[in-house]
Design a protein around this ligand. Structure first.
Ligand SMILES: Nc1ncnc2c1ncn2[C@@H]1O[C@H](COP(=O)(O)OP(=O)(O)OP(=O)(O)O)[C@@H](O)[C@H]1O
Ligand SMILES: [Mg+2]
Length: 250
């Protein structure tokens, strides 16, 4: 960690470089915690998500499944793609054990690319199946890069399912990593059930106010933190510890 460079950061605990952040996050993240990455398009949400999840020791559960629309190079280094999920329970158990034995994180990506409008129906059904399956799971991790695709009524319309899932996952010690471009895609249940929020600077007051409510902080404080930050810089709020950090992009 380096010294605070400007008084704009006076409310932050400190400033991390990317590698420092990834290491510190990996140290602080506890199994079953929920993480939201929030910022407008192209800020590097999914890139940072890929870095976090690829860090040694992550994701601190038996396995991780993503649900995404098409491949994303920011996540391509994580595990393998799958066409359906889950596999039969016996096979799943064997795969979990095998990965444990080898000391390799068990990560699968559900990343279908629709080729025609009808494909959306099958993709929605499969996504819904993954969410349902997560309901009963302990010690698993779900990653949703781009919540809009899952929650937007015009896309998969699974906002209600996602909302209910967030609550039950916490209770079962399963964690969720989600990125979103606008607060309206963030499930309401995240307000009281998110332990880490990573935010990129935005001028959108509504967005800042919503995030302020999630992290329990006055939105003006967040606005003042944004001043002087670079395009790819972000703020990490460790909600449980009630600490803020600036993540420098370089
Ligand atoms: N810290 C960074 N420094 C420079 N370039 C970056 C940084 N982070 C991400 N990028 C680049 O910015 C582009 C967008 O990154 P990414 O896809 O992660 O953004 P995103 O916020 O997930 O966008 P979207 O909301 O559209 O999915 C990519 O080309 C990526 O390589
Ligand atoms: Mg993205």
């Amino acid at each position: 960690m380096i010294a605070l460079p400007s008084r704009n950061y006076e409310t932050a605990e400190g400033v991390f470089t990317r590698p420092e952040f990834v290491a510190e996050f990996g140290y602080r993240y506890k199994a079953g915690q929920h993480v939201i990455l929030f910022g407008s398009t192209g800020r590097g949400k999914t890139s940072l998500l890929g870095e976090i999840l690829g860090a040694p020791g992550m994701p601190k559960s038996e396995g991780l499944i993503t649900t995404q629309l098409g491949p994303d190079k920011a996540l391509a280094h994580l595990g393998k793609p799958v066409k359906t999920w889950p596999p039969p329970e016996v096979i799943l158990k064997a795969m979990v054990l095998d990965h444990k034995d080898r000391g390799v994180p068990f990560i699968r990506r559900y990343q279908p690319l629709p080729k025609k409008p009808e494909d959306f129906i099958a993709i929605r059904r499969q996504t819904s199946r993954i969410l349902r399956w997560m309901f009963g799971r302990s010690n698993w991790t779900l990653a949703v890069p781009d919540l809009q695709i899952v929650t937007d009524p015009g896309m998969q319309g699974l906002g209600k399912e996602m909302d209910q899932l967030i609550l039950t996952m916490r209770k079962r010690g399963s964690g969720a990593f989600m990125d979103a471009q606008a607060p309206r895609w963030i499930p309401t249940s995240c307000r009281d059930n998110t332990q880490h929020v990573i935010i990129w600077p935005t001028r959108n007051e509504d967005a800042i106010k919503t995030l302020g409510r999630i992290i329990g902080v006055d939105w003006r404080e967040i606005t003042s933190l944004f001043k002087g930050m670079g395009y790819f810089d972000a703020i990490w709020v460790d909600v449980t510890a009630d600490e803020f950090f600036v993540i420098r992009s370089k």
